[in-house]
Design a protein around this ligand. Structure first.
Ligand code: NDP
Length: 240
């Protein structure tokens, strides 16, 4: 059995592609999900991976999910914090719920999940933590103050934890996808999406597989000298 990986939001979109790519790389993979049973059942059948239900915005749920995975597969050595949502709207119209839902699911989740695995990783002297941020956490996006804040917060978290963990064989990195063809992006109005694509030098949306590829590298033993980094996969839309 390969190293054990848990990918949150691993049943759809980018997370699903990461699950498949890690499995193909020989890891033993569990996919987390919130409630879409159909998508979860499909990935369990198609890829033969373990699925685990639980909401990443809830600390106790995360503790239970991690225990469940570790009891079945062994200690988690690779954690991909991928689950995320959008609740877009201009800030002057944004409700408290829109703000809190996005911060809880995209930002608190990183504490809720990582806190469950970090002590074990430190004791064993090995770990890979990969946080899926966003181009909009790097550059900001009108209509997404909540999402941009959460995704930028992830980058700060990543750097600080990378510093704390480097001498324990643990790397902590972010991947910042640009616009990628998943259900999250299909929710954007076609006219708006056309404008977005016109601003991507490569001239198209990214694919989940293109994001998964860099995650697989960061999850590998070969990536042991990369930590605290944010790697953009955005077709040249935002160059740092
Ligand atoms: P999708 O909407 O396609 O999939 C989201 C996944 O997250 C699903 O598996 C869903 O589970 C799970 N999820 C949602 N909320 C929760 C929750 N509270 N607890 C546990 N799991 C949850 O998203 P994408 O694949 O598009 O996005 C994946 C990540 O990549 C997100 O963090 C997103 O912000 C980021 N990203 C996406 C970009 C894009 O263009 N698509 C660009 C930049 C970043 P269920 O099916 O059960 O609801």
């Amino acid at each position: 059995m390969g190293r054990v990986a848990l990918v949150t939001g691993g049943t759809r979109g980018i997370g699903k592609a990461i699950v498949k790519r890690l499995k193909d790389a020989g890891l033993t993979v569990a996919a987390g999900y919130a409630g879409n049973e159909e998508a979860a059942r499909k990935i369990a059948e198609e890829y033969g991976v373990t699925i685990v239900k639980g909401s990443v915005d809830n600390f106790d749920d995360c503790a239970r999910a991690v225990k469940e995975v570790e009891a079945k597969l062994g200690p988690i050595e690779v954690l991909v914090n991928n689950a995320g949502i959008t609740r877009d709207g201009f800030f002057h119209k944004m409700s408290k719920e829109q703000w809190q839902d996005v911060i809880h699911t995209n930002m608190d989740s990183v504490f809720n999940m990582t806190r469950q695995v970090i002590e074990g990783m430190r004791e064993r002297g090995y770990g890979r933590i990969i946080n899926i941020s966003s181009i909009n956490g790097q550059k900001g996006q009108a209509g997404q103050t909540n999402y941009s804040a959460a995704k930028a917060g992830m980058i700060g978290f990543t750097k600080a934890l990378a510093m704390e963990s480097a001498n324990k064989g643990i790397t902590v990195n972010c991947v910042a996808p640009g616009y990628t063809s998943t259900e999250m992006v299909s929710a954007i109005a076609p006219a708006v999406l056309d404008k977005i694509v016109a601003g991507i030098p490569v001239g198209r949306l990214g694919t989940p597989e293109e994001v998964a590829e860099i995650c697989a590298f960061l999850a590998s033993d070969m990536a042991s000298f990369i930590t605290g980094a944010t790697i953009a996969v955005n077709g040249g839309q935002h160059m740092l």
